[in-house]
Design a protein around this ligand. Structure first.
Ligand SMILES: *Cc1c(COP(=O)(O)O)cnc(C)c1O
Length: 429
């Protein structure tokens, strides 16, 4: 699948920055807003998108581009870009093809921030979303499509409910209606799953999570497979197939082929909205990516041990982890994920509900209570008390987040110590 035929671990370590003779071995931080040219024509060609090159970091920066190239190679895509956050990545990914009056479909089990972005903020821009139960039969989801539907969205593994998206099913539905499938692949990372291999068209990431892995930067990425044929559905995607008046009538699909979608997102959305990462953050992200293939298997095996321990504990009411044989998504995870490996996050509930969950969490020592997830250090969150605090118990259940749900993000420590910490928590009850 990889365009350079290298294995994933080699891409993690080597792809992106390719130094020439005498250049820095390590990816340099191009901490510069601007880039110098010899004459006015050279820069004019850049502004006309006639030549490629750097002129202003809001549009492109060499450090950021090297890291985007690495993530693009990991996903097996044609083109990619970094954004300042995962939120910006998901917003741009949809807004690049939807405008006021358009509609799109999203799985209902998605990250809370994305749920608000789609259901509240994008609605204010005149873009309408229909949330569907991703586990519903195809005929049921089919009913959500409208003539103005422009894309379908889902998360490979949903944060925090840990449902697994049947990417082939969603790709089939999207393509039957002539629209692309966008998948947020944050939790499995390309080490465990490459959604393009299952028919997805565009992938997004919150690089804040495993890709960085050390909780040092907030960032996002968008990767395009280059497989969706915009011109075959030109009536739906005039923004990609018809002349752009802000670039002297250039049409992206004709001028850039497989790079059309990412070029448009850079040339229009970055130009106008400007959610770029700082080159320094891209540098930190790159350090994380260099060990992603080493860290992910450890996160996954530690999480499986924790999930097994929890499922045998009499104080535990329920456990969700796609790697557990008893899990609703076990078969799908075996099929879609390399070696059935999913992620390092486990969710569970403690018998007796909310109050006992809080008591349990407050007595943990090694495990830190933080908003973050997917970090090298084990951490925990109680969504009902934190990220979803405003919701009543009824609303929580409607959002798929049970009031007793504990999101436990297993790090890369020695798992014996993590389990000992959990034991301390249970003893306190
Ligand atoms: C955290 C997260 C986001 C949002 O990313 P930020 O980097 O926090 O803006 C989007 N999708 C998923 C699945 C996430 O876990």
């Amino acid at each position: 699948m990889q365009k350079n035929n290298k294995h994933l671990g080699t891409i993690c370590v080597q792809e992106g920055w390719k130094p020439k003779k005498g250049e820095s071995r390590v990816l340099p931080i191009f901490q510069s807003t601007t880039f110098k040219y010899d004459n006015t024509q050279q820069m004019a060609d850049l502004f006309d998108l006639k030549a490629s090159g750097y002129f202003y970091t809001r549009l492109q920066n060499p450090t950021n581009d090297a890291v985007a190239a690495k993530i693009t190679a990991l996903e097996g895509g044609a083109a990619g870009m970094l954004t300042s956050s995962g939120q910006a990545a998901n917003f741009y990914a949809v807004f690049n093809i939807c405008e006021a009056g358009d509609h799109f479909i999203s799985a209902s089990t998605i990250y809370g921030g994305t749920f608000n972005l789609f259901g509240v903020s994008m609605k204010k821009l005149g873009i309408d979303v229909t949330f569907v139960d991703p586990d519903a039969p195809e005929e049921e989801i089919e009913k959500a499509f409208k003539p103005n539907t422009k894309c379908v969205f889902g998360e490979t593994i949903a944060n925090p409910v840990l449902s697994v998206l049947d990417i082939e099913k969603f790709a089939r539905l999207a393509h039957r209606h002539g629209v692309p499938l966008i998948v947020d692949n944050t939790f499995p990372t390309p080490i465990n799953c490459r959604p393009f291999e299952w028919g997805c068209d565009i992938v997004t990431h919150s690089t804040t999570k495993y890709m960085d892995g050390h909780a040092t930067q907030v960032g996002g990425a968008i990767v395009d497979s280059g497989n969706f044929d915009w011109d075959a559905h030109a009536d739906k995607f005039p923004g990609l197939t018809e002349p752009d008046p802000s670039y002297h009538g250039l049409a992206y699909s004709k001028a850039f082929g497989k790079g059309a979608y990412i070029t448009k997102a850079t040339a229009q959305l970055m130009r106008d909205f400007g959610s770029i990462p700082s080159p320094h953050n891209a540098f930190l992200l790159n350090l994380g990516l260099e060990t992603l293939h080493v860290r992910m298997p450890r996160h996954c095996s530690n999480a499986l041990a924790v999930a097994q321990y929890l499922s045998e504990n009499p104080e535990v009411a329920w456990v969700n982890f796609p790697g557990l044989k008893s899990d609703k998504y076990y078969e799908l995870a075996q099929k879609q994920f390399d070696g059935g490996q999913s992620c390092g996050v486990v969710t569970f509930g403690i018998k007796g509900g909310r109050e006992r969950s809080i008591k349990f969490m407050d007595s943990l020592k090694l495990t830190a209570i933080v908003t973050h997830v997917a970090d090298a250090r084990t951490c925990v969150l109680h969504p009902a008390s934190h990220t979803h605090r405003q919701l009543s118990d009824e609303e929580l259940i409607a959002a798929g987040v049970r009031p007793d749900l504990i999101r436990y993000s297993v790090g890369i420590e020695d798992v014996e110590d993590v389990i000992e910490d959990l034991e301390t928590g249970f003893k306190s009850l």
